[in-house]
Ligand binder design. Sequence first.
Ligand code: IPD
Ligand code: CA
Ligand code: CA
Length: 263
Amino acid sequence: MNAPAPSAALETAVAAARRAGELMREYSRRGFSVNHKGRTDLVTEADVACERAIIETIRASYPNHAVVAEEGGQSGESSCRWIIDPIDGTTNFAHGFPVYCASIGFEREGQVAAGAVYDPTRGEMFTATRGGGAFLNGEAIAVSAVAALERSLLATGFPYAIRDEVENNLSHFANFAMRAQAIRRPGAAALDLCYVACGRLDGFWEFHLKPWDMAAGALIVEEAGGRVTGVRGEPFSMYQPHILASNGRIHGEMLSTLHVAAK
Ligand code: IPD
Ligand code: CA
Ligand code: CA
C-alpha cells in the first residue's frame, strides 16, 4: 500500500478534527448523557459521536488504514495508523469547563508523521507534519525562550486512578511547585503539549498517559523546536505512558527535579 504524504494525511486529520469540534459545540449546547468508565473516568455521548465522525472522515479517504481510538480500540491492520482521542479533556467537557480538544495523529511505519489538535471553544487548530514545522491556525509557532525553571510556567496532570496508583505524581507536583514560577493543571494533555509548542507553557510532564493523548501533541512540540523525552530523559515513545516535553532550555532542570522526587 502506498502511504499518503504527511501533508495529505494532515488535511484529513484537520477535516476530521473540525468535524469533531462542531459536534462538541453542538453537544455542549444541547446537553448529553454521561457514563462512568471507572470511579472518576467518564465517557459522554459526545465522546462516542466525535469518535464515530472522526473515523468516518478518515475511512472516506483511507479505507484500508488501521485506527486506534480511545473509546473503540484498535481496528484494521496496516503500517498506516490513525491514533485518535475524540475528546481529550472529557472531565472538563462534562463540567462545561472550556478546555478540551480532539487529537488525531497519523502514524506511518511506526513514526507519527502528521498531527492535528483542535480546540473548538477557542477555534484553535494546532498542526504539524514531520520535518514541516508546527502551526496554529496556519501561522508557524515556536517554543518559548525561557531558560530557567524558576521563570517557567509548567503544566501537568494526574491519573484517573490517583487513589490507587503508586506513581500518583503528587510528590513531583510538590517539587515543581517549589522550583517553577507556577504550575497549571488544565486537564487536556494534548492541549498542554500544544501550549508548550506555542510558548504559552514552558514545560509539561505527566505519567499514565495513552498514545492518543500524546501522538499529535508530541510531534507538534518537536516541530515547534521543543524537546520531548520520557521522564528519565530516554527517547520518547507514545507507547510508554510518561512524557516530559519542554522548550528544550529547561529540560535538564525538569529532569533533575523529576529525579529528586523519584528518590
Ligand atoms: C485525560 C486528559 C488529562 C490527563 C489524563 C487523560 P481524557 O484524557 O488528557 O489531562 O491528565 O491523564 O487521561 O480522558 O480526557 O481523554
Ligand atoms: Ca485523553
Ligand atoms: Ca478522551
